[in-house]
Design a protein around this ligand. Structure first.
Ligand SMILES: [Zn+2]
Length: 376
């Protein structure tokens, strides 16, 4: 199998960079996309609240770069209906600019693909890999997972204003850290197993190294960064963790490959009781479950439980809403985790629903004991 690596074309991160957005657009996105000598048409997609925060400096920057700018208000869900609705408004756009959290960016990616434009993503929270990745997670009108849409192209420019990220609720920041912790364990497993990444190629050494650095960065700066964000502050640790959560984790999962942790997440989403837990929170339970499945030493699993507790991340079933993990619920989760299309099959051994259930229960037991041993 050939090795494939893909990434966004440009990534710019810093405090208050939205104020100077025009310079980065000039450097990284050609204004005359269709080559007809005119300035282009830019379409900004964001929900109402985000438009209030970010639209003015962004629009000023786009206009200074020669774009005519249109705003489209995103309704809140990344559904096929919403993608079609926004796509009709964006017809003829040269550049689509998605601003907001994962769903807004995922919608912008799908619209960009439908109208064949350039894409700028501007995340306002650091909770997922959506800003850099090439796919959209599409949900039904009722909020259930529908499908992944693979666009085959990553954003042309990712603009990350760390001052905006630091002012967002810290829970988003923590969730992004959990998603970034999973990146290393999954990419390392996929690499060793020579499994397929999202681009149906073998992971490169480059992607593997990025995933490793992602992990190291979270270990070194995670606690300090959370402390700063609790006070809306931007420090060097915040800069480090935002880069890990957004750029390294994004490349690490797409080009590096996934394994059990994200499949366990997908399984957990099948039970409505977990719907209040974020993506990253469910992924964290998935990472711990993966370690048990892989037969890692107990000390390594406990070490990650302790680190998770220090960061305020979920480590038990009740932490993600499963106060009542009945046999039936556990069966639903474990069977969904092992669906044939799930990346858990990148693990270098056969995985069964029974093994997943037992690993989940083991994580729960270890975590509960850890909490009783050490009430801090
Ligand atoms: Zn994720």
């Amino acid at each position: 199998m050939t090795r494939v690596f893909r990434s966004p074309s440009a990534y710019v991160q810093g405090r208050e960079i939205l104020e100077t957005v025009g310079e980065h657009i000039d450097a990284d996105v050609d204004v005359d996309v269709d080559g007809d000598g005119d300035g282009g048409q830019a379409v900004v997609i964001a929900d109402e609240t985000v438009l209030e925060i970010a639209a003015d400096p962004l629009e000023a920057g786009l206009e200074a770069s020669g774009f005519a700018v249109d705003r489209i208000t995103f309704g809140g869900g990344c559904t096929h209906e919403e993608i079609d609705r926004l796509g009709r408004h964006a017809t003829g756009a040269d550049v689509v600019v998605g601003v907001g959290g994962g769903r807004a960016l995922d919608v912008a990616k799908a619209v960009r693909s439908d109208v064949d434009a350039r894409l700028i993503t501007v995340p306002t929270i650091a909770s997922t890999d959506a800003p850099t990745s090439s796919l959209s997670v599409v949900y039904t009108e009722h909020g259930e997972f529908d499908e992944f849409r693979f666009h085959g192209t990553n954003p042309d420019l990712v603009l990350v204003d760390t001052a905006v990220i630091a002012r967002a609720p810290v829970r988003h920041f923590r969730s992004g850290i959990a998603d970034a912790i999973a990146t290393w364990y999954e990419a390392d497993t996929a690499y060793r197993a020579a499994a397929e990444n999202i681009f149906e190629g073998r992971p490169t050494r480059t992607a593997h190294a990025i995933a490793r650095t992602c992990h190291r960065t979270i270990r070194e700066h995670g606690r300090g960064a959370i402390a700063a964000v609790e006070r809306d502050g931007v420090t060097e640790s915040v800069e480090a963790v935002v880069e890990a959560n957004t750029l390294m984790s994004g490349i690490g999962f797409e080009s590096g490959g996934l394994a059990a942790a994200h499949s366990v997440h997908d399984g957990l989403t099948r039970v409505a009781a977990t719907h209040d837990a974020t993506h990253g929170e469910k992924v964290n339970l998935g990472t711990l479950t993966q370690l048990v499945l892989e037969g890692r030493e107990t000390s390594e699993i406990i070490e990650l439980i302790d680190f998770s507790l220090e960061l305020g991340l979920p480590v038990s079933l009740s932490d993600v809403g499963l106060d009542d993990p009945t046999d039936e619920r556990l069966r639903t989760i474990a069977e969904a985790t092992c669906e044939p299309f799930e990346t858990i099959h990148n693990e270098p051994f056969d995985v069964t629903p029974a093994a997943v259930r037992d690993a989940l229960l083991t994580v729960d037991e270890l975590s509960q004991r850890r909490r009783t041993d050490d009430p801090s």
